[in-house]
Design a protein around this ligand. Structure first.
Ligand code: HEC
Length: 233
């Protein structure tokens, strides 16, 4: 018997169902998400141009080898307990957060902390630049490499004043100035732009704890109305 047509049909069926499940269904469910409006503001906010370029610097320097950008739900791991989530209660990352990330740098390893919400933990550009210049100056024994080539370090001539763009770096010898390059500023801008704290339809806040007066009544009304999502209508 010629089994050719049967094998063809079986493999076609196997490939077609996996394409349906892994490509078509996700595309139908979340492929056309659009920014949502929350109290007159768009979420996710469009990153400023410098942050967009900083994303390329992030990628070019392989920061994603050690840093992820995805917060898992509380019952999936310790992400929330470590304070990586930005949302109160339902804190995991959702597809909406990555609307402007092409490609999204989710990362697969966590040698360093998750950076999905690093812009909430650090709001000061100088602090980020100092950390990138020499992680061990701020965090003893840090395994993160120094990215000194993103800065111009030079010795000042006697009597020469440091450039106004020079930044204060702890522990560098006197008479030396460190000026961040454009890439370093863009990278810092990108990190500052990473914060996904908006409460969305997919991440409703947890039910409010019952108060004494309301005890016995239904108390699982959301604390704040979540934004409606175009994909969920
Ligand atoms: C070899 C792994 C590795 C690489 C590559 C790496 N990091 Fe890190 N990073 C770490 C570790 C470990 C820490 C935690 C210790 C510390 O704070 O230095 C860290 C911490 C950080 C923090 C502080 C996070 C917080 O929650 O306070 C930032 C910001 C950061 N890294 C940015 C970067 C950027 C930007 C790059 C790419 C230019 C990068 N890292 C590349 C390992 C790495």
């Amino acid at each position: 018997m010629n089994a050719g047509p049967l094998i063809f049909l079986a493999s076609f069926f196997a490939l077609a169902t996996s394409w349906f499940g892994f490509v078509l269904m996700p595309q139908l469910q979340i492929g056309r998400q659009e920014p949502v409006e929350i109290v007159g503001q768009e979420y996710p906010p469009r990153p400023p141009g410098a942050a967009h370029q900083g994303e390329q610097v992030y990628r070019a320097n392989g920061c994603y080898y050690c840093h992820s950008q995805q917060v898992r739900p509380a019952d999936f791991g310790t992400d929330v307990a470590r304070g990586w989530g930005g949302r109160s209660g339902a804190v995991q990352s959702v597809a909406e957060d990555y609307l402007y990330a092409h490609p999204a740098m989710l990362g697969t390893r966590r040698v360093g902390p998750d950076l999905a919400n690093v812009g909430l933990r650090h709001t000061n550009e100088l602090e980020i630049l100092q950390h990138i210049y020499n992680p061990r100056a701020l965090m003893r024994g840090s395994m993160m490499p120094s990215y000194r080539y993103l800065f111009v370090t030079r010795s000042l001539k006697p009597g020469e004043r440091p450039s106004p763009q020079a930044i204060n770096i702890p522990g560098i010898p006197a008479g030396t100035e460190v000026v961040p390059t454009v890439e370093a500023h863009q990278l810092a801008e990108y990190l500052l732009s990473l914060h996904s704290q908006a409460i969305l339809f997919e991440t409703p806040p947890p039910p409010a704890p019952p108060t004494n007066a309301a005890a016995g009544k239904a108390t699982n009304a959301p604390a704040a109305a979540p934004a409606t999502n175009s994909a969920a209508k």
